[in-house]
Write a protein that binds this ligand. Sequence first.
Ligand SMILES: [Zn+2]
Length: 235
Amino acid sequence: MPDFEHIYSLQSTDLEINNQAKRLEGIQEKLGDRVSIEAVQKVLDSLFVRLTEFTAKQKDLEDSISSLSTRISTAEQKLYSGQVVNPRELQDLQEDIAQLGRQRDTHEIDVLEILEQSDPVRNQHDEIQKKLTIAESVWNTQQVKLDEDKLLALETTKKLKTQREEIASLIPATELQLYEQVRSRHPLGKGVAKIKNNMCESCLVVLPASQIQSVRSNSSSARCTSCGLILLPEA
Ligand SMILES: [Zn+2]
């Protein structure tokens, strides 16, 4: 394996291309991912529905109160107008007014109860709305940054691939072929490893002296007995 520096440099480039691909994958996953924001939005929507229900109930009660008030004042006008003189009729009218008054009181108590129930829901809604607005703004900023990161990773990958082609063109075909073959089977995409402190720098297994000697003397291309990578002499 005489062309070890080129092949080692090719491996560094390939590993960097892999890193960029992983980076891109991570960026791609986060781009447009609104899951957490949508979850908060869902909570907000359900609170809004409850508030709408409270408002509708309150409106119904207030309409009733208003119509009862109209009926009471009409009855009172009749009572004090002097038009009704029959005592029985006057008594009925007074009872009607009292009855309408009680209905109105009940409705007014109901309105207060609704306000008591809806106040905490409204506060919670407003609090979440504020948080969501901030989260949306953070998300938008992150998306812009992710777009920039994506562009950068794509540009870097393009440069690395050009660089890779240049380096690969300097390596003899058989060496390149072996490298590609080993690399395709390695979990981290490596094809070669240098010997460092008598160990394979990749898997850290201690290599037999004879093997180290043969790699150093360039007499043969040796493979690490543990991880299978093509061994290169230490720099
Ligand atoms: Zn090894």
